[in-house]
Structure formats: structure tokens, C-alpha cells
Design a protein around this ligand. Sequence first.
Ligand SMILES: Nc1ncnc2c1ncn2[C@@H]1O[C@H](COP(=O)(O)OP(=O)(O)OP(=O)(O)O)[C@@H](O)[C@H]1O
Ligand SMILES: [Mg+2]
Length: 305
Amino acid sequence: MSDLTPTRTADLVDVRGLVKTFPQRNAWGRTTGTTRAVDGIDLTIRRGETLALVGESGSGKSTLGRCILQMDEPTSGTVTYEGVDLTALPRAKRAPYHRSMQVIFQDPFSSLNPHRTALQNVMEPLTVLAPDSDPRPRAIEALAAVGIDGDAVNRRPRAFSGGQRQRIVIARAIAVRPGFVVCDEPLSALDMSIQAQVTDLLLRLQRELELTYLFISHDLSVVREIATRTAVMNRGRIVELGPTAEVFASPHHPYTRHLLDAALSTDPAQARRRLERISARPEPVGLEPDGTALAEVTPGHFVLR
Ligand SMILES: Nc1ncnc2c1ncn2[C@@H]1O[C@H](COP(=O)(O)OP(=O)(O)OP(=O)(O)O)[C@@H](O)[C@H]1O
Ligand SMILES: [Mg+2]
């Protein structure tokens, strides 16, 4: 079997001992130390699930997502996708995985080329990643799947509302027929009224296209609604991981409790402000990640001890 032949395993993504450090610089650009943005993570993502990644700002969620996608080169550790260790693959052999692993970012404006139409934006990755087939029908099909059709496909991004722009970004991600999508705060730039529609769209596409999601979010009410399992990150570590209902109903780690207390107020806008205020504090006192390994407290529910 060649190293590019996918094996169908229950676990789609397997992360082992992942570390990502960045040089820390002062205002003059001098290196003053290193930030361990991801600090030794073991994680599996199961085929077809939505795994939510939650934690305060700066806890390393996006960096973990980027390392899994190979958009950031991990400092050490491995990322295995469909049984293939991506970190051991030469860059030239990574192309199929760049197609199969997609990302949806928070800000649809900066994700889209403002000078190209919706259709051209969606065709672009198809041209690069599937050069042998005509990108046009697939781009039109993907746009229709997110509710953008007819003449609208020939409009530029600024002619659309924020929600529609995010739909174009989603169309671009699914047009290449990925298996795995990192959704990095896909709703947080959208109006509350639009968030539910885009959430429904993501769930429908997941069912229809058998997608697996890593869903990064500050919005714990959405996470509670849609995630199969939830992983809680603090300062580069996963401190708790388990079935979503269980993590929310009986959080074990003090940091998870702190996060839930802050976030699950009745007013989501207020909850978000509170979470952002907490995020602004550099070091939550007394909430140090206190352990070295994840211990299984009930089946499938792990806590850093
Ligand atoms: N390219 C980079 N260069 C230097 N430091 C970085 C870089 N990217 C991230 N970091 C640092 O790594 C840490 C984790 O950042 P990351 O963006 O992954 O956090 P996050 O959990 O996604 O936060 P947010 O919720 O605000 O998006 C932070 O201290 C951040 O400053
Ligand atoms: Mg982030």
C-alpha cells in the first residue's frame, strides 16, 4: 500500500505529543523568549463527529487547528490523517490532504478575494487542487448547496450581506469535497439572527457530505447544541475532553467550571463580553493546568490530572 492510500479508520485525525512554539518578541522586534502556543497535545477526532474546541482567547485553539491542517509546521509531535502521518510526508506529497482538509475562518471578508465574483472565488481552489476537472459546474453546485444561485454567483463579495459572504466561504470549502473542516469561529462575525441559519447550514452539509468538524468557538451555547464532544483548552493544553452533554453537566477541571460559569449566562451577548474580559487577563490566578496527563474519569470523559 502506498503512503497516500487512505485507510478507513474510526479516528480520522490523530494528534500525538503536538507542540508549537513561537518566538516572543518585544516592541523592538527582539526575541525575548518563546510562547508554547500548543504544549503537548494528544487528541483524536472521530469520523463524522463535531469536536468542539473551547477556551479563552490565546489558549492555542487556532494554532492547534492550523497545525492539524499543516498551515503551521508543528515544532514537534505528529498529526495523522486517515492513517497517514502528515508530519512525516514531504511537502510535495501533501497536496491530497490540502484538498481533503479545509478551513472556514471567522471573517468572510478577508477570506474572499474582493475583486473576484462569488463564482470565481469558489472556482479558485478547484483550479489549484483539482486541475483535471472543469471547476465551473462544481463551483455552481457548491454555491447552490449554500443557497446562492442564479445571477447572484456573478456578484462580488461586497454585494452580499455578512451571512451570505460566509456562505460563499463555506461553498469554497466544500467545493473541493473535503472530509474534514476546521471551523474557526465561523459564526462570531455574524449577526445573532444569521448565526442560527449558518449553524443549520453547517449541520446540513455535515450530514449530506459526511463531514467531520473541528469546531472552534467562544459561544458555548452553540457548542452545547451541536458538538458531539468538547475539548477544553487552557494555555496550550487540553484540560478536559468528553461527550459535550457530560462536560457541560459535570465539569471536573476547575478551569472548565470557570469557563462555564463565565459563559453560560442567560444573555449570550453579555456572556461573550464576560468571556472576553476574562480573556484579557493574562494569567487566571489559581487555574494553572495542574496535571501532566489526561485521566479517564468516566468512559470517554478525560481530565488533566
Ligand atoms: N504567528 C504567531 N506568532 C507569534 N505568536 C503567535 C502566533 N500565532 C499565535 N501566537 C501566540 O500563540 C498563543 C495562542 O494563540 P491562538 O491564536 O492559537 O489562540 P486562540 O485560542 O485561537 O485565541 P482566540 O480565541 O483569541 O482566537 C497566543 O499567545 C498567541 O499570541
Ligand atoms: Mg483563534
